[in-house]
Design a binder for this molecule. Structure first.
Ligand SMILES: C[S@@+](CC[C@H](N)C(=O)[O-])C[C@H]1O[C@@H](n2cnc3c(N)ncnc32)[C@H](O)[C@@H]1O
Length: 276
C-alpha cells in the first residue's frame, strides 16, 4: 500500500486521528545529579487527549524544549515580561516557569477554554506570575460550530507597551489573513520599544527554504497568492503565507525582521524574529 505523505500524516495528527502513544508519566529531566526543570517537573502533565489538542502528544516535550531554545537564541531573557499568544495547554509555559524569574510576568491567552482552565488550575497556583486567559473567538479548526466573535476584531486585553517578548508558536499557521494582520498590529502595540516578537509560520515563496515543512508543498494557494490552505474546506487546519507578504505586513506594523528567517527544517515551522 502507498504510504501517505508527510504532509498528510501531519494533517491527520492535527485532527488527532493518528494512533497515539501510551500516556506517559512526567519526565524527571535529570542530568547527572542536577534537576534541570524542577518547576516543570512539579507541574502535572495534561492527559494524552489534552496534549493532543496542540499537536502529536509524543512530541509534547520536544516541541516545547525546541521552542524554548529557539526563543533563547532570539533574545528571550529571564527578566522579560512575556505574552504567549495561543498558549494552548501551556506546553511552552510549563518550561518558562523554570526559565523566567519570579519578578517576570507571563500572560497567555487562547480561544480553547479547556486548555486555559487546565493552566489556571495547574500552573498559576504554583506560579502566580503566570496568568492565563480564555478569549472566545471563532476558528474553523479549533472552535467550529460555535457562534463566536471574529478574531479579526480582537484587541489583545493588555495595555500598550506591556511586554518585552511576545511569541506565537504554531498559531499563525492557523489564522486567516485578516486575523494575522490584526494580530501583528496588536503585537506591535503591546511590545515595549526594543521588544522582541517570535512567531512560527508555514512560509512559501521565491526565497523560501528548501527545508520547509512538506505540508507547504500540498497547500492550495489563494488567488491573491499571499496565502494558501491545506484544507480549503476547513481553512484554519493549516495556513501558509508568502514570505514577501509577511515581511511587508510586519514592516507596515513597525516590526523589523531580525535576519535571517529561520527555516523550519522539515517537521518544524519557520521562525520569524522581529524587534520593535
Ligand atoms: C497548534 S496549537 C499551539 C498551541 C501552543 N502555542 C503550543 O505551542 O503548545 C494552536 C493554538 O492556537 C490557538 N488559536 C487558534 N486561533 C486563535 C486565535 N485567534 N487567538 C488565539 N489563539 C488561537 C488554538 O486554540 C490552539 O491552542
Amino acid at each position: 500500500m502507498k504510504k501517505p505523505s508527510a504532509a498528510r500524516r501531519y494533517a491527520s495528527q492535527l485532527k488527532q486521528k493518528m494512533p497515539q502513544p501510551a500516556d506517559q508519566p512526567p519526565k524527571e529531566h535529570v542530568l547527572g545529579s542536577v534537576r534541570l526543570f524542577p518547576g516543570e517537573t512539579a507541574i502535572p502533565m495534561p492527559d494524552l487527549r489534552l496534549r493532543g489538542t496542540v499537536g502529536p502528544p509524543g512530541a509534547f516535550d520536544d516541541v516545547a524544549l525546541t521552542t524554548i531554545g529557539r526563543m533563547n537564541m532570539a533574545g528571550l531573557r529571564p527578566d522579560h515580561d512575556v505574552l504567549d499568544i495561543g498558549c494552548g495547554v501551556g506546553r511552552t509555559a510549563r518550561y518558562l516557569c523554570d526559565y523566567l524569574g519570579g519578578e517576570a510576568h507571563y500572560e497567555g491567552f487562547d480561544i480553547t477554554e479547556e486548555g486555559i482552565v487546565w493552566c489556571q488550575n495547574n500552573i498559576t497556583p504554583m506560579f502566580p506570575n503566570f496568568q492565563f486567559r480564555y478569549v472566545p473567538l471563532t476558528n474553523s479548526h479549533y472552535t467550529p460550530d460555535q457562534v463566536l466573535p471574529a478574531a479579526a476584531d480582537f484587541e489583545f486585553p493588555y495595555p500598550d507597551q506591556s511586554f518585552d517578548f511576545v511569541f506565537a508558536h504554531s498559531v499563525f499557521t492557523h489564522l486567516l489573513v485578516d486575523v494575522t494582520t490584526r494580530y501583528l498590529r496588536e503585537i506591535a502595540r503591546v511590545l515595549r520599544p526594543g521588544g522582541i516578537s517570535y512567531s512560527t509560520w508555514f512560509l512559501f515563496g521565491e526565497d523560501s527554504s528548501p527545508y520547509a515543512n512538506p505540508i507547504v508543498g500540498e497547500m492550495h494557494p489563494d488567488p491573491s497568492g499571499d496565502f494558501a490552505f491545506y484544507n480549503p474546506e476547513v481553512p484554519e487546519t493549516a495556513v501558509g503565507y508568502r514570505n514577501t507578504f509577511v515581511r511587508q505586513t510586519l514592516s507596515t506594523c513597525g516590526l523589523s525582521v531580525v535576519e535571517p528567517i529561520h527555516p523550519g527544517y522539515s517537521r518544524l515551522q519557520d521562525v520569524i524574529v522581529t524587534t520593535k
